[in-house]
Design a protein. Structure first.
Length: 249
């Protein structure tokens, strides 16, 4: 039996289906009410996962912002924050994308990029990459306390990632992007639930990322969704849609 955590995907997108502008710098989409909802969702799971592009472009903290929600987790005997998981084909590429002056000096992990992701917390940090990443680069990130795993030759083996997380007693994972990763999770049949906040804005642009990027699905292969709920969510005109995927309950 292939044991894995329950996988929840949450995205905020424009009315034309874009999860960011063409600049790909984490454009603001969510309303204040939606940000509070996402914080509650983060507080309910064991781990939060993002892809390499999201890590490099945004360096997200992926922590629970509300002190009350963090305290509630502690009262339940849970860690203060969920674990943070990054999936990056080549961590060396992250170093190459760092601003000048960062990522230099093999022994100084304080100068590594992704300081929000690596250091904001407290939280466990997992990085899953491939054997394309040089061993000395892996060692630099391990020196920060992150648990670093090379799984796959040129692409991260996502099935192995979730098996590994399950073995680490992680039973629920919230995926927050990006579109290429989400598309691959859908292709593999790994998504259990999908929640979408639709903001009343238009980004446009053929290069703007969408909820499910990549090569796309043929009509007969398209994942099917079962609507659980939909409705106006906030005073800004945002809509919240909740699906289960492939008739999963």
């Amino acid at each position: 039996m292939n044991l894995r955590p329950r996988i929840l995907v949450n995205v905020a997108m424009s009315a034309d289906g874009k999860i960011d502008s063409a600049a790909r710098k984490g454009a603001a989409i969510s309303s204040a009410a939606d940000k509070a909802r996402v914080d509650r969702l983060r507080a309910s799971v064991d781990a939060i996962l993002v892809s390499g592009r999201t890590l490099l472009n945004e360096d997200p903290k992926l922590t629970v912002k509300s002190a009350e929600l963090r305290a509630e987790r502690v009262r339940k005997g849970w860690p203060e924050n969920p674990a943070k998981v990054g999936v990056v084909s080549d961590i060396g590429a992250v170093l190459l994308g760092a601003p000048r002056g960062q990522g230099q000096g093999m022994s100084d992990h304080q100068n590594l990029p992704l300081q929000n992701f690596l250091s904001s917390g407290p939280a466990k940090v997992y990085l899953f990459t491939t054997r394309c990443t040089e061993p000395e680069v892996l060692a630099r990130f391990e020196a920060t306390g992150a648990k670093v795993h090379a799984m796959g030759e040129e692409r991260v083996d996502l099935m192995a990632v979730f098996r590994s997380l399950h073995e680490a007693d992680i039973r629920s994972v919230l995926v927050e992007g990006g579109g290429t990763l989400i598309a691959e999770l859908l292709r593999l049949g790994l998504v259990d639930e999908l929640t979408i906040y639709i903001a009343p804005i238009i980004f446009g642009g053929s290069s703007s990322p969408t909820l499910a990027d990549g090569s796309g699905f043929l009509a007969e292969q398209a994942p099917s969704l079962k609507l659980k709920s939909v409705g106006k969510f906030d005073d800004e005109g945002g809509i919240l849609v909740h699906y289960t995927v492939n008739d999963k309950e």
